[in-house]
Write a protein that binds this ligand. Structure first.
Ligand SMILES: C[S@@+](CC[C@H](N)C(=O)[O-])C[C@H]1O[C@@H](n2cnc3c(N)ncnc32)[C@H](O)[C@@H]1O
Length: 195
């Protein structure tokens, strides 16, 4: 799908360094975001779920608990150090076998429409080409597959977030009926609809 306005897609290319992730990936953050409770309405047993920009894996691990042994989780991140910590944490939790870590960007995803659920938590503002990103996610999702986007409201303005969602919509992702409140965030649940 082509982008109608290439100038509307100017994101930041600043990427959160792995050591800074400890400042927000800690027990307080897990209490604030309650990953299992947040994801449970969208992720169920047997699904293939993906955590894009997984960081240290706080949501990947919750997803792996929800998909069970019949499902699988892909944890994707640019930084190998983040993935190393995700693997370690998943192994401690006894669910490492359900998580495949992949280093890279959304370009590494197969565009085969095999994914049930995708998460992009506090990462889209770090992606330089957001339209390309959403286009890639859209190809990777099954029809009626779901993407949850959450952006930190201390870094991302409402206007910027609305522009991000407009790009997602241009790529083929439409607002979903169920919209949870995500603390400290601007968020939207989107669904891939055939057009
Ligand atoms: C602020 S952290 C958030 C991590 C995690 N989602 C969380 O909520 O704890 C953003 C993460 O996105 C990753 N990232 C940034 N741009 C990316 C891209 N284009 N593709 C994959 N990962 C990316 C960074 O390496 C970093 O680990």
């Amino acid at each position: 799908m082509k982008r109608s306005d290439p100038n509307s897609d100017i994101g930041s290319s600043h990427v959160c360094p792995w050591w800074l992730a400890y400042s927000f990936d800690n027990p307080i953050r897990r209490w604030i975001h309650r990953p299992l409770k947040l994801l449970a309405p969208f992720v169920t047993k047997g699904m293939h779920a993906i955590d894009v920009g997984c960081g240290m894996g706080v949501f990947s691990i919750a997803m792996a608990e929800l998909v069970g042994d019949s499902g699988r989780v892909t944890a994707l991140d640019l930084q190998d150090k983040m993935l190393e910590i995700t693997r370690k944490r998943a192994n401690w939790a006894g669910i490492g076998h359900r998580i495949q870590t992949v280093q890279g960007t959304a370009d590494q995803l197969e565009g085969d429409g095999s994914i049930d659920f995708a998460l992009a938590f506090w990462m889209v503002h770090e992606v330089p080409d957001r339209f390309g990103f959403f286009n890639r996610i859209c190809s990777a999702l099954k029809p009626d597959g779901i993407l949850l986007v959450a952006e930190p409201n201390m870094h991302v303005s409402r206007k910027e977030f609305d522009r991000t969602i407009a790009l997602a919509s241009e790529a083929g992702l439409q607002p979903y009926a169920q919209q949870p409140t995500v603390r400290l965030s601007l968020s939207k649940v989107l669904v891939k609809r055939n057009r």
